[in-house]
Design a protein around this ligand. Structure first.
Ligand code: BDR
Ligand code: CA
Length: 314
């Protein structure tokens, strides 16, 4: 199995993604690192532990990470999407202990995990990219030690979701995003280009929330609020599978098609947080802003129904 550290800000869809990864024999989750995002890092860490406890996997260590982006302050939680507690206002009833707390912070945990599994570790990032950027700052050599990075974030060819320009994770820390997409490691961006084509329908939500087992009960508490948000704002019956799609890309890459471009993240002005692939008739030479940047693999197509089926099955 591929070894995974999941960097995450649970987050309703993060919770679903973590459960999907834990239930997937193709991967071994060696730890979770937490970051601010859908809620404060205190709450996302708490929620990460609650998800592990519900899955019966309190052996998986949790390392707490950044409370705020590289530049500026944390913009605050998004209660209308993920609830005030980050888990659809149903998460605080779930026990978070016992869980293995890492003695080192997230950025150092990423480095040590890479050292522990030389060349085998995939970092799966489901929140703002601050911890990954901090790990690169502490250990510029990190890219040589990991198999790759898969991130849920960005929007290459489609509008944003946090605003017309930007996707929420990239807007959470655009400076970090630009660093991570510019580092010399194999990066795949699983963004809104595909996650807005992968929906877990209402009927499937009913089925995954019915069993009287802790992980399903946690989903039953967290999903309704999240589902109502999408029904209200996007008019869909179900939920977009943002973070679970990134896990699906790791365990079932054949469900996706990708394209390769250097990608910058805008850090200025009204399109702050927008991911810009180097599109157009510009390859020779690339415009200065993209020169010297690595090619990022960008997911552009997905078998959405099969991603949904995978989530439900697992
Ligand atoms: C991303 O933002 C968060 O709301 C979700 O957890 C996901 O990681 C989607 O844009
Ligand atoms: Ca997330």
């Amino acid at each position: 199995p591929r070894r995974l550290v999941i960097d995450t800000d649970p987050g309703v869809d993060d919770a679903l993604a973590i459960l999907l990864a834990l239930a997937s024999p193709e991967v071994e989750v060696v730890g979770l690192t937490t970051v601010f995002g859908n809620a404060s890092v205190e709450l996302t860490t708490r929620n990460a532990r609650a998800v592990l406890a519900a899955a019966g996997r309190t052996d998986v260590p949790v390392a707490t990470g950044a409370a705020a982006p590289l530049a500026g302050a944390y913009a605050g939680p998004v209660p209308q999407v993920h609830g005030a507690d980050g888990l659809g206002d149903g998460g605080l009833g779930f026990p978070q202990e016992p869980a293995l707390a890492s003695t080192v912070a997230a950025a150092e945990f990423l480095w040590r995990s890479a050292q522990g599994h030389p060349g085998e570790l995939t970092i799966l990032a489901l929140g703002p990219l601050t911890n990954l950027a901090l790990a690169l700052r502490l250990h510029p050599d990190l890219p040589r030690h990991v198999a790759g990075v898969v991130i849920m974030g960005g929007n290459a060819l489609v509008p944003g979701n946090a605003n017309p320009c930007a996707e929420a994770n990239m807007l959470g820390d655009p400076e970090a995003g630009d660093v991570v997409l510019g580092a010399p490691w194999p990066v795949t961006m699983v963004g809104l280009d595909v996650t807005h084509k992968a929906v877990l329908p209402g009927a499937a939500i009913a089925r995954v929330t019915a069993p009287d087992r802790p992980a399903n009960r946690l989903l039953a508490a967290a999903l309704p609020h999240y589902r109502n948000f999408f029904e209200r704002t996007n008019g869909i019956d179900g939920i977009y599978l943002h973070d679970p799609s990134a896990v699906a890309y790791v365990v079932a890459p054949h469900l996706f098609t990708t394209a390769g471009w250097p990608v910058r993240v805008e850090t200025q002005g009204m399109s702050r947080g927008k991911t810009w692939p180097c599109l157009g008739d510009t390859d020779d030479p690339a415009p200065a802003a993209w020169q010297g940047r690595p090619t990022v693999r960008v997911a552009v197509g997905v078998e959405g129904d099969q991603v949904a089926a995978l989530v439900e099955d697992r």
